[in-house]
Design a protein around this ligand. Structure first.
Ligand SMILES: Cc1ncc(C[n+]2csc(CCOP(=O)(O)OP(=O)(O)O)c2C)c(N)n1
Ligand SMILES: [Mg+2]
Length: 1091
């Protein structure tokens, strides 16, 4: 409504005010003669920053990216003709991608131009097929309504580009002033009830519904609704490339991303789904799956607009309207997972994807595999860091394996799939979100298309890093050329020196020159200010193989795991539709993590395509490093080399300690919930990798598979307890007004983490004894450096692999370094460690303590555990069974294995004979055999030592009742009667499958015999007499007394540790937490008094 009295203003001023009114913060562009008025008005704006770019195309990509990440228009500006034509690619980018954007172009005066057709092309006509709306502004006064109108069009579903052409004379003319039109949000229409009913029916009737999340669902409110939908109904999901991160991909129901359209792992899930709930899909995205005409898989399309039918996309039902609301309505009717839903196969696919999708991410070849680079980028990026991709071969790999935790933290273009957008979009994100870390990732070809914008970034102080993956070729096209059978030709690129190029623009250039430099370089640049270009040489040869024949083979392997017999379908009941208007509801609790699917035991195989033993890196400062293959890990049953591991030298240990020392503050400052999250996610992955862990133990320790599984279960328990304890590290309040001198005093005592911890773990429980150090350290926030036993390092290294994916852990938080004893001295003597936690043999442990200096020391050492069997035991057979287990499980290679058995004389003969008979029945052999009880000992030397000790005791008068004959590494269950007490087999730690047995008459006397040892770890007492039980508890000198069980019982939450030569300090999560923290008191005077 115009008033005749309004003051006159320049139209361009009015235009800029209208943009401000729309909330515009940036205008990206390149001015020309024909938009100088607009430029001048922007000069005066306090709310809009003009970012002058080097190329209009880049300006357009930046504007579109603002639209993409905010849902509000991004604005770009150019002159007429050549500037305007440069906008076409970004117009197409924004149209297909669905990003709200406004393009402003200039034009010669329309009322009186004296330049004929110079530079004039019909830009409005040109923009028509590319935009949702395009118009030449013919009167200055119309700008107000046109800005509001075009913005609204750009921002409503499906969002996209709009274009206004403002001729020079219109921008400069005087017009009466009116305030801009008010901006009201447009509510999206909601889906119609009948459509919801149909959707509910389809979902409930399905046997195995699968959710697919696509670009249209990439809206903040929709993401929340989707998460609630998945959590409430427990339906597994896949995503398209542009649907990545809408739900955190660490979610246990995330199967994978459909990076290609068919024949990838995820298609093994989508092909078997009988319903795909396709949420936010638009056919502009490369299809995540192909529909078939046989109706095998039904498709439910949920989006803001109806589906577009296509050869491979013809959904059976459309739910059109606000996606978030539609999902909410559906969830409210269905409410909970349906009992007949079967997701078993999807979860098998998930396990397979998790296992294989990132194959070769640890490959040390140089130039790098894309997988390795992507893993390193994920590792370097914090949770909210953003990666903006250009277009090239690597995009497929990012889509498949870059775990995306949050919405819009992986910006990739699967719609126009244009080259040239990577760097500009990274710059736009950094401008909009200056507190986030941002990486642009380009190929050498794509980078060249807009590399001039480095100058823009430098000029505007945009702290952005652009990674250039250099294969000296248009790699993606080479791949197609190769697979289509063309001759290799025309696709090589002669590149500039990227470091010099960066520097010539005033930016910083980096080149990763060797395999070891990758992770450190990324860790470094991510924390630097300024503009950084990082050239990373890549080689796609292997990747071409993997996406071709290797993938085909693996998919076959996966399909072969499919259950053969289809489950019979029973009729299902469909719940009644909702009868009232939907309202938002609070978020439900997340669903439980699915239990691991049991897998048949087979020898752990080397990955396909690789030959020889498995390869493991060490972990230095959270990062896997394949430095060498110096440490051979022998399969204890076969004697063959099972794996080779990188082995650290002293210099590496020194680096690890320095990194841990540096990380101490950040670790200590980490909030409890984050520490808990690290531990909880580790538990999820350990469950997923259950069999892998068990098989590793079986091979490296020769542990019978049953015991190995038991240990993995305990590992999971230990980490679970630590997760629980991590949020319960309480302090206390204490009054200090103990006398008149200190009246008014009080105090708070809190526990603070000690700092870096040195850990040395033993061979006999490679997983759980490592866990008893690692888990409490993570729970309290202490960085650590661990030396796993050289004979069994793999368990700890797998824990390292799991932890290396924890984004919460600051750089340097942990290192796990197999190394020789000679290079391990720093673990004992380095003063940067605040504590040494050692588990191993007494001789080594006590010597270490002498040299440890001022650091705290805890020692879990050995013992010669005693077990008393009193006359009043209820069930002798059950006791014998326990004793056999306690004495001989894992060949007695446990600190608390039963070594000395004292049986009351009244039942001695019976018990002894039963023990001997049962021992003789124990099956010795291949640890992978389910029936095996006694596997090989850790090495021949140890087996030989045990044999000698038994022979010596026999020569001194002891009697071998069974066993006693060694076969290589295998030593059988051996029972020795009346072994002389001075013999090693009785008085020292035998650490083999040997138990000494003798009788006693008097309970007090037998307790004395138990105590007549230099050790005191745990003792067991079988009795029904409560007084004897308490007498034993009060008089046995040990860290623990176990009543009615063998001393070999250790519950992972109990305090565990010894007295005398058996050690110092206690493990068991809560108790280790005490050891790894120190109390600090805050003494307060008169606190709480106001006068
Ligand atoms: C603007 C544009 N031109 C051409 C293409 C076709 N194209 C797709 S990927 C690609 C090669 C990209 O090479 P590079 O950036 O070096 O990445 P690489 O595939 O080598 O990793 C080409 C030419 C495209 N997508 N966009
Ligand atoms: Mg390339």
């Amino acid at each position: 409504m115009m008033t005749t009295m309004a003051a006159e203003v320049r139209a361009s001023d009015l235009f800029v005010e209208s943009l401000e009114n729309e909330g515009v913060e940036f205008v990206f562009g390149l001015p020309g003669e024909e938009n100088l008025d607009v430029l001048d008005s922007l000069r005066k704006s306090k709310k809009i920053k003009l970012v002058v770019c080097k190329h209009e195309q880049a300006a357009g990509f930046m504007a579109a990216t603002i639209g993409r990440v905010t849902g509000k228009i991004g604005v770009c500006l150019s002159t007429l003709g050549p500037g305007a034509t440069n906008f076409t690619t970004c117009a197409a980018y924004s149209q297909l991608g669905g990003y709200p954007m406004m393009m402003i172009t200039g034009q010669k005066p329309i009322r009186a131009s004296k330049q004929g057709s110079f530079q004039i092309v019909d830009i409005v006509q040109m923009m028509t097929p590319l935009c949702k709306f395009t118009k030449q502004v013919s009167e200055g006064e119309l700008l107000l309504s046109l800005v509001r109108r075009s913005t609204k069009i750009a921002e409503t579903e499906k969002p996209g580009p709009v274009h206004l052409e403002i001729p020079e004379d219109i921008a400069g003319e005087s017009v009466p002033y009116h305030p801009p039109f008010p901006v009201f949000p447009v509510r999206r229409a909601i889906a119609e009830m009948k459509a919801i009913d149909s959707a509910v029916k389809m979902i409930v009737e399905a046997r195995s519904p699968l959710l697919c999340i696509a670009a249209g669902a990439n809206r903040a409110r929709t993401a929340r609704a989707l998460r609630q939908f998945v959590d409430a109904l427990g339906i597994p999901f896949i995503t398209t490339q542009q649907g990545k991160g809408v739900i955190d991909e660490r979610h246990p129901l995330f199967i994978g991303t459909a990076a290609i359209s068919a024949n990838d792992y995820v298609h093994c899930a989508s092909d078997e789904a009988d319903l795909i709930i396709n949420c936010g899909h638009d056919t502009v995205e490369k299809p995540p799956f192909f529909m078939h005409r046989d109706d095998r898989t039904k498709v439910l399309h949920i989006n803001f607009y109806a589906s577009e039918v296509d050869e491979v996309y013809f959904p059976h039902c459309d739910v059109v309207g606000d996606i978030a609301n539609a999902l909410w309505q559906i969830k409210e009717v269905i409410k909970e997972p349906q009992p007949h839903w079967d997701f078993g196969w999807f979860m098998t696919v998930k396990q397979f994807v998790d296992k294989h999708v990132a194959d070769h991410w640890q490959d040390t070849r140089y130039p790098f595999t894309p997988q390795r680079v992507i893993a390193a980028i994920r590792q370097a990026m914090p949770e909210d860091g953003v990666v903006c991709l250009d277009n090239g071969m690597y995009k497929v790999w990012f889509a498949r394996m870059y775990k995306t935790y949050r919405q819009n933290t992986l910006l990739l273009d699967n719609a126009l799939a244009t080259m040239g957008a990577g760097l500009p979009s990274a710059m736009a994100v950094k401008l909009k979100y200056p507190d986030h870390k941002v990486f642009g990732v380009c190929g050498d070809g794509g980078f060249a298309m807009n590399s001039q914008e480095i100058a823009t970034a430098v000029e505007h102080g945009i702290d952005v890093t652009c990674i250039v993956l250099n294969d000296n070729a248009y790699g993606m096209i080479e791949w197609k050329q190769h697979t289509a059978g063309f001759q290799k030709w025309g696709l090589g690129i002669v590149n500039p020196d990227f470091v010099a190029l960066a520097e010539s623009f005033g930016a910083h250039g980096h080149r990763v020159n060797s395999s070891e430099e990758l992770e450190p370089t990324l860790e470094k640049v991510i924390n630097l200010k300024g503009v950084h270009i990082v050239e990373i040489p890549v080689d796609y040869t292997l990747s071409t193989e993997i996406l071709g024949p290797v993938l085909a083979e693996r998919v076959k392997e996966l399909v072969s795991l499919k259950p053969k017999i289809p489950v019979a379908r029973e009729p299902v009941e469909v719940p009644a539709p909702m009868d009232k208007e939907p309202e938002p509801k609070p978020e439900p609790a997340p669903v439980a993590v699915p239990a691991p699917v049991p897998v048949k035991v087979e020898k752990q195989a080397a990955p396909k395509g690789s030959t020889g033993p498995l390869k493991y890196p060490y972990y230095l400062g959270n990062v896997p490093v394949f430095a060498n293959e110096d440490l051979e890990v022998i399969d204890k049953a076969t004697g063959e080399v099972h794996a080779v591991c990188a082995q650290a030298d002293e210099a590496v240990v020194d680096k690890a300690i320095a990194a841990a020392d540096r990380a101490s503050k950040q670790m200590a400052a980490m909030p409890s919930y984050k520490r808990k999250a690290v531990l909880e996610r580790a538990v999820v992955e350990m469950k997923e990798r259950f069999e892998e862990l068990a098989l590793a133990l079986c091979a490296e320790a020769g542990k019978p598979i049953k015991d190995a599984r038991g240990e993995v279960g305990r590992l999971i328990d230990t980490f679970t307890i630590a997760a629980e304890e991590s949020v319960r590290i309480y302090g206390e309040y204490a009054p200090l007004d103990i006398s008149s001198r200190v009246e008014g005093f009080s105090s708070i005592v809190r526990r603070f983490p000690l700092g870096a911890i040195s850990m040395v773990s033993p061979f006999n429980f490679p997983l759980n004894l490592a866990a008893h150090k690692i888990a409490p350290a993570l729970a309290v926030g202490c960085p650590f450096v661990m030396k796993p036993a050289s004979r069994t390092p793999i368990g700890a290294l797998i824990i390292g692999d799991i932890l290396s994916k924890a984004p919460e852990l600051p750089a340097g938080a942990f290192s796990i370094l197999p190394c020789t004893r000679a290079s391990a001295d720093l673990f004992t003597v380095d003063p940067r460690f605040k504590m040494l936690s050692f588990t191993g043999s007494p001789d080594v442990g006590w010597k270490m303590k002498e040299r440890a200096g001022k650091k705290k020391v805890t020692l879990e050492l050995g013992g010669n555990a005693a077990c008393i069997i009193d006359e009043v035991v209820p069930d002798i057979d059950a006791v014998v069974k326990s004793v056999i287990h306690g004495a001989f499980y894992q060949s007695g290679q446990s600190c608390i294995s039963v070594q000395r058995i004292f049986v009351n004389a009244s039942i001695y003969g019976r018990v002894r004979d039963a023990i001997v008979a049962a021992s003789q029945k124990l099956r010795m052999g291949d640890p992978r055999d389910e029936a095996t009880f006694i596997g090989p000992m850790i090495d021949v030397k140890e087996a030989d030592r045990v044999e000698r000790w038994v022979e010596e005791a026999e020569a001194a008068g002891g009697k071998v009742l069974c066993g006693g004959v060694r076969n290589g590494r295998f030593y059988p269950a051996t029972v020795m009667e009346n072994a002389p007490h001075q013999c090693d087999v009785y008085s020292n730690e035998v650490f083999g499958p040997v138990a000494c047995i003798e009788s006693y008459d008097d309970f007090e006397n037998v307790v004395e015999r138990v105590n007549a040892s230099r050790f005191g770890l745990q003792a067991g007492v079988f009795t029904r007499n409560v007084n004897k039980a308490f007498f034993a508890f009060e008089n046995i000198e040990a860290g623990g007394v176990v009543i009615n069980e063998v001393p070999s019982v250790r519950v992972d939450s109990q305090p565990y540790g010894g007295v005398k030569d058996s050690g110092l300090g206690r493990e068991g999560i809560r108790y280790a937490i005490e050891d790894m923290t120190e109390p600090r008191v805050m003494v307060m005077k008169n606190v709480g008094k106001l006068q």
